[in-house]
Design a protein around this ligand. Sequence first.
Ligand code: FAD
Length: 383
Amino acid sequence: MDLTLSEEQEAVRKLAEDFVAREVAPHAVAWDRAENVDKSIVKKLGDLGFLGLTVPEEYGGSGGDHLSYCLVTEELGRGDSSVRGIVSVSLGLVAKTVASWGSEEQKRQWLPRLTAGEAIGCFGLTEPGTGSDAGNLATRAVHDGGDYVVNGTKMFITNGTWADVVLLFARTNDAPGHRGVSAFLVPTDTPGLTRRTIHGKLGLRGQATAELVLQDVRIPAGALLGPEGKGFSIAMSALAKGRMSVAAGCVGIAQAALDAAVRYAGEREQFGKAIARHQLVQELLSDIAVDVDAARLLTWRVADLIDRGQEFATAASKAKLYASEAAVRCANNALQVFGGYGYIDEYPVGKLLRDARVMTLYEGTSQIQKLIIGRALTGVSAF
Ligand code: FAD
């Protein structure tokens, strides 16, 4: 097994590392305090091709393999998870889903703008009453003439107030036992669609997370993405790939925690010597380092499976489960190394911990990942 990066992969990783050092890291604390990332970052991400990775070049994408996508995601996650999330959703959940399921017209309409960072996408699945049990969603799209009329509410939607288009999931069939969910591409300026920013988040504070309310929103039949009734499968296949991206972002958080903790342990002195010379501090550092490697290897394996066209969904759940829990552990261990200074936001580790925590919740909680892995092991669904 050769884990050496190719020249292209190393070049794209370095591009992302330099971008983060220049455009992201210097602002991360201010964006976190202001609860607002500078939106101009989106166009810059697009200009470098980071919003088009793995999307075919004929639709404005920058091509590339999934390991390159992981490398960029990891670097962005190392700099600021709020910025990483913009890419994971607009590219990972929306553009990639349009590339897989869209009609030629939908691909031409949305992909060049999404990949250039001229438009932003959001993924509208969760509702106030349905999170883990997403297939039970209540938003309805009813046929009316040649159109659909949509009513419902979406909750916790990343990029929600920034987005130009929402990949919306709504029920189109109520027959008993019928999953009946369909996917739609809805421009966010469609009359009847309103958005409210959700403030006061524990982490990812710079991100535009929103509640979307749809009241008699009329959309044309051409907004349907993929076949009617296929929406739940479309959502689940988007999330399976999305979990690799979340896992890569978690590797970035864990790596940032390690870098910060090692640096601080070398500088801070107690009992007449650098704290790095105390054995129990070295234990904290080595625990972080092992978690970083394990999370990264599980994540790269998913990228490899996808690029070789093999089944990857269970591996993605394992990587997301492990990497998200590891990111929380690593940030928490790093905070311990920083002592009281870790608890204030002039130092980076408190933000890493707050940002890491949500990774065990979204795109399927840790419990849901365990149920997916358990179902693959036993053949029995325990949802
Ligand atoms: P619930 O589903 O109510 O779960 C509560 C608890 O019950 C959890 O511990 C869960 O693990 C447990 N639980 C539930 N069912 C089971 C079961 N069968 N067995 C064992 N335990 C179970 N959603 C989107 O659609 N798009 C987005 O862009 C998006 N971005 C988000 C950004 C943020 C910052 C946050 C916080 C959430 C975001 N979400 C988004 C929503 C996210 O995916 C949901 O919060 C998540 O799926 C959990 O749903 P819930 O919050 O309703 O919790």
